[in-house]
Write a protein that binds this ligand. Structure first.
Ligand code: KIV
Length: 275
């Protein structure tokens, strides 16, 4: 079953890290979205989303918790397996949830679970200076890694809530430095959440690897949003960077197509979505 070789010649070959590197080099924006089940995975695939994340945001939008902290490895594996069944083209990334990577060895064995049981191709972990060694260890075992910087929802009880990060000069400098160190350690993608646009631009320019932003301004190499936010399923107050793509869309499928188009054309994010 040399499926990879067979698909290489198809008109919709699967997205790989090489595809994403090429997109960054060509200045073509990467459209990414979270997903938690097979039915939506099929819709995201046909809307030409490039990267799909089984995020631990599932704790909030699926399970009804007010943070991502209660999410377990079993939860992410379960949802990842479902999403993997619905995908053909997009690159599938899955979150290591809270406290599933306190050591290098636990990070490795839980990444292996996400890949072997869940079908993920890349794992994402909320990072900073203290995760450099873990990223290095995973990379040394040929695991594709996305390092998540900026607002880190798994840390909200320590950091004091869901707040914009990197506004002060020293915090911004530290984030740029950590992003470079994570790239040197072997991170293949950096994800930036909820930071000023100017900082998103500076980090994107400083790195060779693709940078995907959520509330990080229009200058990152790509955008990601939480699926239920853009389909207006999430109730209550939403973050400033969210746009309701159901407006004027009619169907979920059309909303997703409009999202991908807006990301590619850089009409999303607009100034009202920026910090
Ligand atoms: O869990 C998640 O959905 C995420 C996104 C906010 C990027 O990490």
């Amino acid at each position: 079953m040399y499926t990879h070789l067979q698909l290489r010649g198809s008109d919709r070959p699967p997205v790989t890290l090489s595809t994403l590197a090429r997109m960054k080099a060509d200045g073509q924006k990467i459209a990414s979205m979270t997903c938690y089940d097979a039915s939506f995975a099929v819709l995201l695939d046909s809307a030409e989303v490039d990267v799909v994340l089984v995020g631990d945001s599932l704790g909030m939008v699926i399970q009804g918790y007010d943070t991502t902290v209660p999410v377990t490895m079993d939860d992410v594996v379960y949802h990842c397996r479902a999403v993997a069944r619905g995908l053909h083209r997009p690159f599938l990334m899955a979150d290591l949830p809270f406290m599933s990577y306190p050591s290098k060895n636990e990070a490795l064995s839980n990444s292996v679970r996400l890949m072997q049981e869940g079908g993920a191709k890349m794992i994402k972990l909320e990072s900073g200076g203290t995760q450099i060694e873990i990223v290095e260890f995973l990379a040394a075992h040929d695991i594709a890694v996305c390092a998540h910087l900026g607002l880190k929802p798994q840390s909200v009880h320590k950091t004091g809530g869901f707040r914009v990060q990197g506004r002060e000069e020293d915090a911004a400098e530290l984030m740029i430095d950590n992003a470079k160190r994570l790239e040197s350690a072997g991170a293949d993608i950096v994800l930036l959440e909820c930071i000023p646009s100017a900082l998103g631009k500076a980090i994107t320019a400083a790195l060779r690897v693709p940078v995907i932003g959520i509330g990080a301004g229009p200058d990152t190499d790509g955008q990601i949003l939480v699926l239920y936010d853009i389909l207006d399923i999430t109730t209550g107050r939403k973050p400033r960077f969210v746009r309701n793509f159901m407006e004027g869309a009619g169907t979920n499928q059309q909303a997703l197509v409009n999202y991908v188009k807006a990301v590619r054309e850089v009409s999303y994010p607009a100034p009202e979505h920026e910090f």
